[in-house]
Write a protein that binds this ligand. Structure first.
Ligand code: F6R
Length: 587
């Protein structure tokens, strides 16, 4: 949540951070702001998206140093004053911040008692003022930042600059921050796509670390003790982080699943088998994730039961702490996350680590916090996912969990065959004829206020995720349900024409889910069957290939497409769903 970027170097810093902010917009788009240093500190801020703003509009000229922010508001309404950067009272220090200062009320009072004034409704404004307060006591900019950050409770990633110092300082505790370098300069940002056009050589900060970009670059812990850190090359390309010929990232990323499912299962066999042993030995295995990733783990739960014959507990990140009494040093936790930065999932890992639990992470972002916290990890290899609604990362997660389930039952090769078939046969889902058909379906149901999605077995969490996708981008109320549960209450809401998507695979649940669809049909519901075969009760059939245990993947893809077209037809931008941000770094 919130995107931040700072740059110092030979290029025009205004241009670098402006482009960086545009690439970070998926992290928040309530308001934005830029501060440059060329003698004095000058800022420009505004509400809304930065999308169409040009360098000329900013009227900031050129500078060697700048910091910038795109906001997803937590404290303080969306207005220009609350947009970052925030300045200290003496206007010499500018700070951009991602995270929450939980004790900001107390800190404000402390600063007010020391004659500081406050102009915004944000928690952030205490940070530049605390730095000013400590610098007035005679410490350097670095010392002021250190002392100020030591006062903060909560999470932060900040980038700060001072009018009288030639450096930019970045620091983190709980929110992501990554440093990039190329021949001409240094970047400090929330995420790699911010500067991927200029470098892919990166170094991730750990919690309680600080980076100072001056003439060169130096790393410290928050108390100011110097540290050595390594840079690494990330294999993402600029093309992956741009929309190309697509109108939206969401559609681009849906279509990229042509390749990404295959890439997700290109793993080291030895490691897969080692992890399978670890899972088999685990006395209490927990799958933990949030949002869409948690639906992927719920699909994984069914696959582990069916294929690996292994019971796993599936818990969403924010609820996991309430299970802590069941944790021992024999427990294995598998965390699944696209970003690797989700606060609730990270919080769950912290709870688990206190109990000596071993952690395996399945993440999409190399070097992310969850990857670094984990004892073992797999990358899903889906490339950068920019669209706020997760699509290609989700199917990559499901594919990898499927492979692990097979490996746990001694069937790694069989698992690979199943997934290879899924990759081959799912190619037809990306043909324009298929995509047009889904667009046509969106036309038929776009004016309904409610959509129901049902499934049984593995298709139950598929239904949950399909409904989740529809809700978050089209704002149509959609409810995913276990097919058998409908008659216990929700069926009361079915009227003539109510769209109901029915996930049907050739599995043991087939006859029962068709019966559930009939119950809806006989109450007037409009039945959309996502299934390898047509059925007389379907009013609309979406034909997907029959790919056995990988059916969750092929059933989800048309649901993602439908969600996309519903959003577009309602005039919404699916890349920027309201109230949401790509990376949820607050609890
Ligand atoms: C929905 C969506 C979110 C994320 C959730 C977890 O499309 O993207 O529900 O799945 O916030 O994020 P990660 O996977 O980054 O941990």
């Amino acid at each position: 949540m919130c995107g931040i970027i700072g740059y110092k170097g030979g290029k025009n810093a205004v241009k670098v951070v402006l482009n960086g902010l545009k690439r970070l917009e998926y992290r928040g788009y309530d308001s934005w702001g830029i501060a440059v240093k060329d003698g004095n500190i000058r800022t420009v801020k505004d509400i809304g998206k930065i999308g169409a703003v040009s360098e000329e509009d900013l009227k900031l000229g050129s500078a060697q140093m700048a910091i910038a922010h795109t906001r997803w508001s937590t404290h303080g309404e969306v207005n220009q004053i609350n947009a970052h950067p925030h300045l200290s009272n003496n206007k010499r220090i500018a700070v951009v911040h991602n995270g929450i200062v939980e004790n900001y009320v107390k800190l404000r009072e402390f600063l007010k008692e020391n004659n500081f004034e406050f102009y915004s409704g944000t928690d952030t404004e205490v940070i530049p003022n605390l730095i000013e307060f400590f610098m007035e006591e005679g410490v350097s900019f670095k010392g002021g930042v250190s002392k100020a950050l030591a006062m903060l409770e909560g999470s932060f990633a900040i980038v700060a600059m001072h009018q009288d110092y030639p450096e930019i300082i970045g620091a983190r505790n709980g929110s992501p921050l990554v440093v990039g370098r190329n021949n001409g300069g240094f970047f400090i940002a929330s995420d790699v796509p911010a500067f991927l056009d200029l470098t892919n050589e990166v170094c991730y900060l750990d919690d309680k670390e600080m980076v100072i970009v001056g003439e060169g670059i130096d790393f410290f812990d928050l108390s100011g003790v110097k540290k050595e850190k390594e840079f690494q090359f990330i294999d993402w390309t600029l093309e992956q982080a741009e929309k190309g010929n697509y109108d939206h990232f969401m559609l681009k990323e849906i279509m990229e699943q042509k390749e990404t499912i295959k890439k997700s299962i290109e793993q080291d066999d030895k490691k897969i088998l080692e992890m399978a042993d670890l899972i088999k030995e685990g006395y209490g295995v927990f799958f933990v994730a949030c949002g869409t990733a948690s639906y992927a783990t719920r699909i994984g739960g069914y696959l582990f039961s069916k294929i690996a014959k292994k019971h796993v507990n599936v818990v969403c990140g924010s609820e996991f702490p309430y299970y802590k009494d069941f944790l021992t040093d024999k427990t294995l936790m598998i965390v699944v996350s696209q970003s690797g930065e989700t606060a609730d999932t990270i919080g769950a890992v912290k709870v688990a680590k206190e109990k000596g639990v071993k952690v395996l992470s399945i993440v999409n972002v190399m070097g992310s916090t969850l990857m670094r916290m984990a004892d073992y990890s797999f990358l899903t290899n889906a490339g950068p996912e920019i669209g706020v609604a997760s699509t290609k990362a989700t199917t990559a997660q499901i594919a990898l969990l499927t492979l692990l389930a097979y490996a746990c039952n001694g069937g790694l090769e069989e698992g690979k065959e199943v997934l290879k078939k899924c990759v081959e046969e799912s190619q037809e889902l990306f043909d324009s004829k298929f995509v047009d058909k889904i667009e046509g379906l969106a036309d038929k149901i776009v004016n309904y206020n409610d959509i129901y999605v049902i499934g049984r077995g593995t298709n139950f969490p598929v239904a949950l995720e399909a409904a989740h996708k529809i809700k978050e981008v089209s704002y149509i109320h959609a409810e995913g349900m276990a097919g058998g549960e409908l008659k216990h209450g929700t069926i009361a809401l079915i009227d003539k024409g109510t769209p109901c998507i029915c996930m049907v695979s050739n599995d043991e649940a087939k006859n029962d889910i068709i019966s559930n669809a009939m119950e809806i049909k006989s109450r007037g519901g409009f039945i959309i069957g996502i299934s390898p075969e047509d059925n007389e009760i379907f009013d609309f059939h979406v034909k997907v290939p029959d790919v056995g245990e990988a059916s969750a993947i092929v059933n989800l893809i048309p649901a993602q497409m439908l969600a996309y077209y519903l959003a577009v037809k309602k005039g919404f931008n699916p890349d920027f769903p309201k109230n949401l941000a790509k990376c949820v770094t607050v609890k």
